[in-house]
Design a binder for this molecule. Structure first.
Ligand code: PDD
Length: 283
C-alpha cells in the first residue's frame, strides 16, 4: 500500500499531496509546525507537543483549522494507515492560500498538512552507540525562535554547513559567544556530574524532549543547571548531548576539531537515555 498523508481534510496518496502555489507557507514561511516522535505506535509527549502548537498559533495570530480532539484522531489514523511502528509525525499549519500580500488576508482557512514517516529503530540505536559530531556556527536566526515557525532558512544553512564538513549537527553561537541550541535540537554539556543546558528565552525553542528529560532528572535527583555555555566550557566538558523529538537523547563525541571526553559515547549517555525514556508520556 502506498504512503498516505493528510491534507486539508483529506487523506491522499503522499505523492499527490500538494498545496497551491499561493499558499502563504510557500511564499512567506507564514506558518507553524510540530514534530511528534512515534515509539511502538505511540505518540511521544502528545499533550505537550499539541499545547506548544497552540501556543505557536496564538503567537502568530492564527486560528487552528480543526478542533483539538481532531488532531489526535488524524495523527492516530496516519500511524495506523502507514503502519508506523517507530517514526515521526510532521504537522504544519500555514495561514492559507491567498493572493500574495504581506498583510493577513481576510476570511481564508489555514492549510493543515500531516505527514507520517517511519524510522528504523536500530538506526537510532546505531547512532546512539556511535555518537554524533557537532560543528559550531553563527546563530543567524530571527529573534523569536521560541515560536516553532516554518521560517527555517538559517537552520537549514547551518545544518548544511555542518554536513558539508562531515558533521551531523550544528550548534548555533550567539553574539556573546554562547551556544543557543542546535539547528534542530537542544544542546547539553556535562561537567563534573552536572548537566548544563541553555535557559529558556526568546533565543531558543522550549524543547519538549528538554522538558521531559528535565522532569526525569528531577525525579532521579540528578543535577542540572540551566546556564549558557560557550566553546571554552564545551572544551572542558566531560560529555555532551543533543535532544529532540526525532533524536531523543543523542551523545555528542566531537565538537569542531576537539573530542569530547575520550571521543566515544560517555558513561552518562545510557543513564540520560533511560531517564528520558522513563519520563516520556505515550498516547
Ligand atoms: N526540531 N531546537 C530547535 C531549533 C528545534 O528545531 C528542535 C526540534 C528542538 C528540540 O525540540 P523538541 O524536543 O520539542 O523536538 C530544539 C524538530 C525535531 C524539527 O524541526 O525537525
Amino acid at each position: 500500500m502506498s504512503r498516505v498523508s493528510y491534507i486539508n481534510g483529506k487523506y491522499c496518496d503522499h505523492v499527490d499531496a500538494s498545496v497551491h502555489i499561493e499558499d502563504r507557507g510557500y511564499q512567506f514561511a507564514d506558518g507553524v509546525y510540530e514534530v511528534f516522535g512515534i515509539l511502538n505506535k505511540k505518540i511521544v509527549d502528545y499533550e505537550s507537543h499539541l499545547n506548544r502548537l497552540f501556543v505557536s498559533l496564538k503567537q502568530v495570530k492564527m486560528q487552528s483549522p480543526i478542533n483539538k480532539k481532531a488532531y489526535l484522531f488524524h495523527i492516530k489514523r496516519l500511524i495506523s494507515i502507514n503502519l508506523i511502528n517507530d517514526g515521526l509525525i510532521y504537522l504544519q499549519i500555514t495561514r492559507g492560500v491567498a493572493e500574495r500580500d504581506f498583510k493577513f488576508p481576510v476570511d481564508i482557512k489555514p492549510s493543515l498538512v500531516i505527514i507520517a514517516k517511519s524510522f528504523q529503530k536500530n538506526q537510532y540505536e546505531a547512532n546512539f552507540s556511535k555518537g554524533i559530531k557537532i560543528k559550531t556556527t553563527k546563530d543567524l536566526r530571527w529573534k523569536r525562535v521560541d515560536i516553532k515557525t516554518i521560517n527555517l532558512l538559517a537552520p537549514v544553512l547551518a545544518k548544511q554547513h555542518a554536513f558539508e564538513q562531515n558533521f551531523d549537527e550544528a550548534w548555533l553561537i550567539d553574539d556573546e559567544g554562547f551556544v543557543t541550541e542546535g539547528s534542530s535540537s537542544t544542546a547539553w554539556i556535562l561537567k563534573k556530574n552536572v548537566l548544563y543546558t541553555t535557559p529558556l528565552s526568546n533565543s531558543i525553542l522550549n524543547g519538549i524532549t528538554r522538558q521531559s528529560l528535565i522532569n526525569g532528572l528531577k525525579k532521579n535527583k540528578l543535577k542540572l543547571i540551566e546556564k549558557k555555555f560557550n566553546i571554552k566550557d564545551i572544551k572542558n566538558s566531560d560529555e555532551a548531548f543533543i535532544t529532540s523529538a526525532t533524536q531523543y537523547v543523542m551523545p555528542v563525541i566531537q565538537v569542531n576539531n576537539f573530542k569530547i571526553g575520550n571521543g566515544r559515547k560517555g558513561k552518562y549517555a545510557e543513564t540520560f537515555k533511560k531517564v528520558y525514556m522513563e519520563a516520556i508520556k505515550l498516547s
